[in-house]
Each structure stands twice: as structure tokens, then as C-alpha cells.
Write a protein that binds this ligand. Structure first.
Ligand SMILES: Cc1cc2nc3c(=O)[nH]c(=O)nc-3n(C[C@H](O)[C@H](O)[C@H](O)COP(=O)(O)OP(=O)(O)OC[C@H]3O[C@@H](n4cnc5c(N)ncnc54)[C@H](O)[C@@H]3O)c2cc1C
Ligand SMILES: O=C(O)[C@@H]1CCCC=N1
Length: 431
């Protein structure tokens, strides 16, 4: 016989006893009753039975994208649950490390447009958390004269009225004497470019989210998702119910999405994050004059390469390839694997050629993961079959700076609020 009684009532959580029926019964019970989000339902007949806690929305994955999604949901008055498989903080995904590039210089106008709001939202987080997260250094984009990507970047900076400057080979040599610029190579300086303190940013966003009433459960891996009008999410510890789910699983996205019938053309790449030391310590001024840079199409260099001024390790400069070898996140540190792209030797020869004051062997190598789409644009969309599931994936190694805007977009897709941006470049049906 159905016996349903209230056993606890707090400001935001109600627990009730329900009979030991299956998931379908529980869902229809939830829909038929006045219980909506924020209500916690406890199956009590047998004390060993699981607890179903329901939330407005569940966000799967507490990297920077999931954390900003949860932050915006909380800002809009929702009380989401943010689930993370690892104890926080962790270094297994894509959002760890101390630094990330922030810039408005993009060849695609939609990213430059999103970054106008991106900078404001980063400032909002800095103010609310009382933490300095952005250091304005300017960004040098280096390429052969007439390079189409460089020209699109210059056009966007001009169209969006962002202060910028074109540098000839001569001006480049004067301004950055430690950089051995080759004939025919020119530069463009984006004055908004700078460095974000990534680890501090992630912590700040997660703290603000919790201050707004949001809940994070870390060390809980999502093991199954049962779609439906009320979605059931089962982790290693618990089962939760919510009317909406946002999946921001980084390099684990495909693993989470496959059981939901969705195959996306995502590749996961292991990135070697390399730090380089001065050849003769104190003998050059390379540590003070190497700019924040992005280089593409350079003489004899097949890949895009980027570098950041010394920050996390005093005396060392971070210079990396914007590419890597395919690997599952679990095999990221498996050194026995033969790499197709010889990233470290490509970087060594770039350093010898362009930054001769640096030792051409990396002093430190760390690891991180990219999840790339074929066109390197993000995926921000509803699941094609389950419209109450929203997906943020494939950030293709350039998602950190735009994460405050990505979080806003994913929260709009989740709540059905009017969309701030045209999401055509990010739709799943483009593949
Ligand atoms: C070396 C490197 C340099 C970069 N440089 C820049 C840069 O300069 N500028 C820039 O803008 N961007 C940069 N990026 C890209 C940027 O960091 C990423 O786009 C961004 O961090 C992606 O965040 P995410 O939240 O999608 O992924 P992640 O940070 O990987 O978060 C996904 C989370 O989901 C969790 N998860 C997965 N599956 C489950 C499950 N089943 N249950 C529970 N939790 C789960 C994971 O544990 C993880 O914490 C760089 C990336 C790397 C690796
Ligand atoms: O997102 C960025 O700005 C950088 C660019 C180069 C590689 C990684 N991220």
C-alpha cells in the first residue's frame, strides 16, 4: 500500500518516504506530485534502498566549462548539482595548470565577439572573488606576411575596434631582440592579450557557485544516465534525478555520450606542456623580453606554436605545440606509446631557430588533454534525441578564455532562456 509521508522539511530540501517501486514509478510520482527540483526523495521502506535526490539541473564535470555553467545556473536562481569524478582539485583533464592565454585576436569573428563579454565576465569573477586572475601582457601573433589567418585576425581586431598594431620584421626585431625573426615574417599585437591564472580561476568560480547555494559533489563518477522527462544520474555513490542535465565531461565526453546513443567526431590528444630554461642563466634578457605569442605558418615549422612569459616556474618559459598525439585520458602518462607527431623535437628545433638564448631541451614537461573537433569549433547544443540534455564539448585546446561565455550559453540552453549568441557554428548537425 502506498504510504507517503513527509519526514524532514528544510528551507530547500524535503525528504519523503515512498514505497520500494522502480525508477518509472518514482518518475511518475515526482511528476504527479508538487515536488519539483530541490526536493530530495528518500526510499525508506527498506533502509538499504538508495536515495534519490532531485535538483533543478545536474552538471556533469567540474572542469572550467561545467563550473562556469553551474555558476550561471546558480546566478539565474537555480540550485544545480555539479558532479565531478575526481576529488578536487585534480590534474587529469584539461583545466589544470597555472596559466592560459586570453585574447580577442581570433580569425573567426564569432569568437572575437564572444570575448567582448568574456573579458567583462572574467572581471566580474575577479571582483566577486577578490582574486586577481588576468594579467594584461599583450599578445604577439607571428606569421609570414600576407598569411590568411593573420589577415583575418587583423581585420577582426579592426572591425571590433580593439586596439592593435601591425609590426614589420624591423619593428619586431627592435621590440623583441631575443626573438630571431626571419625575413618575410611579420606580427600583429592584440593589446587585450594576456594570461589567466587558470587554477585560481577554477577555484574562484567553484567557490562563488557554492556561495550562491550550488552544490558540488566531487569524487563521484557518473556511471549511468537514464534519459526521460526526469533524468536519473547514477554515480559511484548515489542516484540523482533532475529535469535537465548538462554534460561537460572534457576528454571523457565520448565515453559519457556513447551510452546515450551519440557518436561525436571527437579526438582526444595528449599535450606535452614544455618549460624552457635560459641557455646561460642571467646572460641574456630573454626571460624579460619574450612576449606572449602565437606563431603559425613560420618558415620550416608545420604546426602552430605558442609561448607564455615566465610565470609558474621562475626562470622558465612555457612554449608548446598546439597539437598532440591521440590518447585516452587514462593513458595520458603512458610513456611506452610511440608518438606520431614528434612534438618535442619540433619544439626543440623551433626554440633553437627562433629563441636561441634558450636551452633547446625542455627543462620540465607536464601533461594535459585536448578534445578536438574536425573544425576546431566547440560543440554547444542539445542532445539530438533528448532535448533536456545539453552538451558542451570539443573545446579544441582554446576553451579556457571563453569559458565564462560558454557557461552562460550552456545555462541558457538548459533553462530555455533567450539565447545571447547565434549557436550555428557550434551545432551538432554540422558534422
Ligand atoms: C596544455 C593546454 C593548454 C591550453 N591553453 C589554453 C589557452 O592558452 N587558452 C585557452 O583559452 N584555452 C587553452 N586550453 C584549453 C582549455 O584549457 C580547455 O578548453 C578547457 O579547460 C576545457 O574544459 P572542460 O571543462 O571542457 O574539460 P575538463 O577540464 O577536462 O573538465 C571535464 C571534467 O569532467 C569530469 N568528468 C568526466 N567524466 C566524468 C564522469 N563520468 N563523472 C563525473 N565527472 C566526470 C572530469 O574529471 C573533468 O574534471 C589549453 C588546454 C591544454 C590542455
Ligand atoms: O587558446 C589559446 O589562446 C591558445 C592558443 C594556442 C594553443 C592553446 N591555446
Amino acid at each position: 500500500m502506498l504510504q507517503c509521508k513527509q519526514i524532514r522539511h528544510t528551507a530547500r530540501v524535503v525528504q519523503i518516504a515512498v514505497p520500494p517501486a522502480g525508477g518509472a514509478y518514482l518518475e511518475s510520482f515526482l511528476r504527479a506530485s508538487s515536488f519539483s527540483a530541490e526536493h530530495s526523495v528518500k526510499k525508506q521502506v527498506n533502509m538499504a534502498l538508495p536515495i534519490y535526490s532531485t535538483y533543478d539541473c545536474i552538471v556533469l564535470g567540474a572542469g572550467i566549462q561545467g563550473s562556469f555553467t553551474a555558476y550561471h545556473l546558480a546566478k539565474s536562481g537555480k540550485k544545480p548539482l555539479l558532479l565531478e569524478q575526481f576529488p578536487l582539485p585534480h590534474t587529469r583533464g584539461s583545466s589544470h595548470g597555472q596559466t592560459r592565454i586570453i585574447r580577442k585576436a581570433y580569425p573567426e569573428d564569432f569568437y572575437t565577439h564572444m570575448m567582448e563579454e568574456g573579458y567583462k565576465l572574467w572581471e566580474e569573477v575577479e571582483k566577486a572573488s577578490g582574486t586577481k586572475l588576468y594579467r594584461n601582457t599583450e599578445l604577439l601573433v607571428l606569421a609570414p606576411d600576407g598569411n590568411p589567418v593573420l589577415e583575418s585576425i587583423c581585420k577582426n581586431l579592426e572591425d571590433f575596434k580593439i586596439p592593435w598594431e601591425r609590426l614589420t620584421q624591423e619593428t619586431l626585431k627592435q621590440r623583441y631582440p631575443g626573438f630571431s625573426i626571419k625575413p618575410g615574417e611579420v606580427g600583429c599585437v592584440d593589446s587585450s592579450g594576456g594570461v589567466l591564472c587558470a587554477d585560481k580561476a577554477l577555484k574562484a568560480v567553484q567557490e562563488l557557485f557554492q556561495q550562491m547555494g550550488g552544490v558540488i559533489h566531487d569524487g563521484e563518477k557518473v556511471q549511468s544516465i537514464e534519459p526521460g522527462p526526469v533524468i536519473k544520474v547514477t554515480t559511484t555513490k548515489h542516484t540523482y534525478a533532475a529535469e535537465k542535465l548538462v554534460i561537460t565531461a572534457g576528454p571523457w565526453a565520448q565515453k559519457v555520450l556513447s551510452p546515450l546513443g551519440l557518436q561525436l567526431p571527437l579526438k582526444t590528444l595528449r599535450i606535452n606542456v614544455c618549460y624552457w630554461k635560459e641557455k646561460f642563466p642571467g646572460k641574456s634578457d630573454i626571460l624579460t623580453n619574450a612576449p606572449l605569442f602565437l606563431a603559425g605558418g613560420l618558415n620550416g615549422v608545420e604546426h602552430e606554436i605558442y609561448g607564455l612569459p615566465s610565470q609558474e616556474y621562475p626562470g622558465l618559459i612555457k612554449i608548446c605545440l598546439h597539437n598532440g598525439n591521440e590518447a585516452e585520458p587514462e593513458e595520458r602518462d603512458d610513456l611506452a606509446k610511440e608518438d606520431k607527431i614528434k612534438d618535442i623535437s619540433i619544439l626543440s628545433s623551433f626554440v633553437s631557430n627562433y629563441l636561441p638564448d634558450l636551452n633547446p631541451e625542455p627543462a620540465i614537461i607536464e601533461r594535459c588533454m585536448y578534445t578536438v573537433t574536425p573544425d576546431h569549433n566547440y560543440i554547444l547544443d542539445h542532445h539530438p534525441l533528448h532535448k533536456n540534455i545539453v552538451i558542451g564539448a570539443g573545446f579544441s585546446g582554446h576553451g579556457f578564455k571563453i569559458s565564462p561565455v560558454v557557461g552562460k550559453i550552456l545555462s541558457e540552453l538548459c533553462t530555455g532562456a533567450p539565447l545571447t549568441y547565434n549557436l550555428k557554428p557550434f551545432q551538432i548537425n554540422r558534422f
